[in-house]
Write a protein that binds this ligand. Structure first.
Ligand code: NAP
Length: 460
């Protein structure tokens, strides 16, 4: 049986060795999920809600243990990992309540002898594939609404971070959610993607990850017209207008840009600052960024952990070198950025940036903040929208007219106005354009797990 070594990106030590699930077993698990669906769909909404609340309670009771796992396999600082556990649990709480609000409606017919009733039904067995950067939240954001809707779910976590998923699923079973209703498989994305899309049992694929992989899954799912939700890559712009509170904008830039060492789908990838304040903003930002502490996420006081692997490090270094070759100025030298070795990179601000640099068009996934100045707001909007991505965007202004003008004209699904942390379980998270389709969170986040059926009753 092939083995998977789970590594700690801070040390490259093996934390645990798991066995890959073979194809026959994955197919058996999917069959079991179908059997579990027949009974889970019959469980009343209030009972499903109570089971989700029981799961939430256990997640809370095991918060420290889960956070430590997240830090060990994913690298983020422990304080961020604790925040992620709360964030992951908030989806379970939200959908525990939404389970009870899957409302139907009646439609006035065009004759009094008819009645039309509309109701929602669970889609069936769901196949989920998730990334490594939020090993807990990306799981609950899918599992909780699926279970709340009455679906059953089989999840394939990223090979870098399977341990958090395994523990979350164990806790769900402990909470009384039937074993076959919520399952995981240990497999490569390529294998799981093929098995899930080819399965005649799986009715829905929900995916969070990169856009190229999302496209492959959409293609695979098309042969059987499977329902898909795609939470894909981003290239978030962050605009700081001339009337912004600069100190506040700097702090919020750091919050969005450097969380998880810059490895989040909604972290600011490109920063556009009005020319009147650009040099002050760069100076203040550079000072604070250069003071952030980099190290093993388990150590006290660490702000930035390692990147997930060497491939991630190489990509970031290539983007920095490209920017420097085109005139970019670094807040610390390249030698200093790389000085800690391993998967660690010290954070850096790049000023004197222009739109020709790769970093302004390619997702970075690293602790680098490129800053470009603009003179007219419409130019900043044009730069911001000049991408195939449309996940998150940020802007800072104290002026309401400017704020609503930006909100109306930025082609993004998630927008933070004077807010570097817009994600919330109660809001519909998701992207436009090649950042995907479907929403997770909010009242919208349960809809992808439901089918609409209507009943027309005649001869009344
Ligand atoms: P990734 O390479 O697309 O991997 C994500 C998942 O897809 C992993 O489980 C991976 O499996 C699997 N996968 C790889 N190849 C596959 C294939 N051919 N068919 C089916 N599944 C396959 O992305 P990542 O590097 O883990 O995560 C970073 C990306 O995710 C970024 O682009 C980021 O913006 C995006 N993201 C988006 C959101 C959002 O909500 N929109 C949230 C977080 C991250 P393996 O385990 O084998 O690698």
């Amino acid at each position: 049986m092939a083995k998977l070594e789970v590594l700690n990106p801070a040390t490259n030590d093996v934390i645990e060795t798991l066995e890959y699930t073979d194809e026959a077993t994955i197919n058996k698990q999917i069959e079991n999920a179908q059997k579990a669906f027949e009974s889970w769909r019959e469980v009343d909404a209030h009972t499903r809600s109570q089971k989700l609340w029981a799961w939430s309670k256990l997640i809370d009771e095991h918060k420290e243990e889960l956070a430590e796992l997240i830090t060990k396999e994913g690298g983020k600082p422990l304080k961020e990992a604790l925040g992620e556990v709360d964030y992951a649990r908030s989806y379970v709480d939200w959908y525990a309540e939404e389970a009870k609000r899957i409302y139907g409606r009646t439609i006035p017919a065009n004759t009094t002898s008819k009645k039309i009733i509309v109701q929602s039904f669970p889609v069936g067995v769901v196949g989920a594939i998730t990334p490594w950067n939020f090993p807990a939240a990306m799981i609950t954001r899918k599992m909780a609404p699926a279970l709340a809707a009455g679906c059953t779910i089989v999840c394939k976590p990223a090979v870098q971070t399977p341990l958090t998923t395994i523990r979350l699923v164990e806790l769900a079973h402990e909470a009384g959610i039937p074993e076959d209703a919520i399952q995981y498989v240990i497999a490569s994305g390529k294998d799981a993607g093929r098995i899930f899309t080819e399965s005649s049992i799986i009715q829905k694929i929900t995916f969070t990850g990169s856009t190229p992989v999302g496209k492959k899954l959409i293609e695979g799912a098309s042969s059987s017209v499977k329902n898909v939700t795609m939470e894909l890559g981003g290239l978030a712009p962050l605009i700081v207008h001339k009337d912004a509170d600069i100190d506040f904008a700097v702090d919020q830039t750091i919050a969005t840009k450097f969380r998880n060492a810059g490895q989040t789908c909604i972290c600011a990838n490109r920063i556009y600052v009005h020319e009147a304040i650009a040099s002050t903003y760069v100076e203040k930002l550079s000072q604070k960024v250069n003071a952030l502490k980099v190290g093993n996420g388990l150590d006290k006081g660490v702000d930035i952990g390692p990147l997930i692997n060497q491939k991630g490090v190489d990509k970031v270094i290539d983007q920095i070198k490209d920017a420097v070759s085109k005139g970019g100025k670094l807040s610390r030298s390249l030698e200093d950025i790389e000085s800690l070795g391993g998967n660690f990179l010290k954070p850096v601000v790049i000023s004197n940036v222009n739109q020709d640099m790769i970093i302004m068009h390619e997702e970075t996934f690293g602790p680098v903040a490129p800053v470009m100045s603009y003179s007219k707001l419409d130019d900043a909007i044009q730069y911001a929208n000049d991408t195939e991505f449309g996940l998150a965007a940020y802007f800072f202004t104290k002026d309401y007219a400017t704020g609503f003008y930006l909100y109306d004209n930025l082609d993004y699904g998630v927008i933070g106005w004077n807010d570097g942390g817009p994600s919330a379980a109660h809001a519909p998270f998701g992207g436009m354009k090649e950042s995907g389709y479907g929403r997770e969170g909010g009242i919208e986040g349960i809809q992808p797990y439901l089918e609409t059926k209507y009943l027309s009753i005649g001869n009344m």
